[in-house]
Design a protein around this ligand. Sequence first.
Ligand code: ASP
Ligand code: MG
Length: 468
Amino acid sequence: MIIMKFGGASLQDDFNFANVIQVIQKHKKQNPIVVVSAMKNVTDLLIESIQFAVKRDHSRLAKNLKCLRDKHLFVIESLVKEASLQNEVKADFVKLFTELDNLLNAVSVLKECTKKSWDRIVSFGERLSSRILSDAMISHGLSAVQVFGEEVIVTDSSFNFAYPNLELTKSKSSEKLLPILKLNLIPVIAGFTGSTLNGETTTMGRGGSDLSASILGASLECEEVWFLKEVDGILTHDPKVVTNATLIQDISYSEVAELSYFGAKVLHPIAIHPLKENGIPARIKNVYNSLEPGTRVTSLGDKEINLSKPVKAISTINDICLLTIQGEGMIGIPGVAAKVFNCLADSLVNVLMISQSSSEQNICVVISDADKDRALKELSDKFELEILKGLMGAIKVQECFSIVSLVGKQMAGSCGVSGKVFSILGDCHINVAMIAQGSSELNISFLILSSDVNEAVLNLHQAFLLHE
Ligand code: ASP
Ligand code: MG
């Protein structure tokens, strides 16, 4: 038994759906359980529709709903040819869209959308895509059945960012899915969604279908969980930047987690956790080339220990800025760092990297450009008195930075890696604004100007032999 997860980019139009059906057909013998995201852009359209409903912008709301209807109907008409089946799906879609209209009307009457209602509305993307795929599969001779996320995944009640409960999901998903599998039917599960113990719909954060796939893989103790993407697997770097980037065949859970956190967006970062905890291997495969092995993710990660290649991949995050909180008034005073980070947390600013030297004269915080204005305002308000009294300087912002991270579990304990990294950067006359390395030693990250990123990455990729 394997899980096959298809994302929105693989479910963009009728051509993509037909390809997905072919992939499932090819691997039918492996007893697949299919997990899907919404069709491409559908979740964004639904979120935008909620915003239009709140603002009572009826014309734009109607336009969005029409676009959603047309998008889905087009695929049905193209892929579900039998009149009776097509009519049945269309009739069900009328019901689904009526519920969606009613929910959005309620939002527009109230001029607000609670987190609970948001989850219910946004869940329609996966509700619709799973229905289309299961019926299109039937129409192409596969025995499939649609399953809602609510029927198999039990989550806590943190609406919008719900987290699944493995034990409860284990029993609920086996109860629902095992009889289906016994009948040789292929379940097509609406990803991203689950339900609380009270049966209320929850969603698990943007990109959450990856988590649906991995929690189901862990619950049902599947042989493997496949994440089918538009790339061959995990590469040593983005081939648009490094043309000789190579495919990584084996990688460990921890390395993938580092890559996901550090901008490579391989998988939803949290999706690794249930797989790692339960020792379920994952594969990142190309949806257009699913017979190739892709990248395998396990706890071992490396078939042979290759000390000559301590770095496995390089990832980058752009649009980054550096905030410096500084002043002599900070020296030796407990609680300044706590005040900075509490303030950022209260303002929902995500901190990517931090540093404080032992002179305690400054604390540097690296955040995304998108959070800059909010962070600056909140910190300036928080430290207004200290700044007025001259104990601290104004908060300094430096923009146009990028984070570069080198990831590899064999960096742990091997000497000379960071020496080599920084002498390469020195040789290229690239100035490093900040450095971070956690004690896990899986990751060396540094901050440089965005204009230097390509040169840095090309040189590091070459020097650490990632092209070989
Ligand atoms: N459809 C949801 C999103 O776009 C979940 C997913 O794609 O995994 O965020
Ligand atoms: Mg998605």
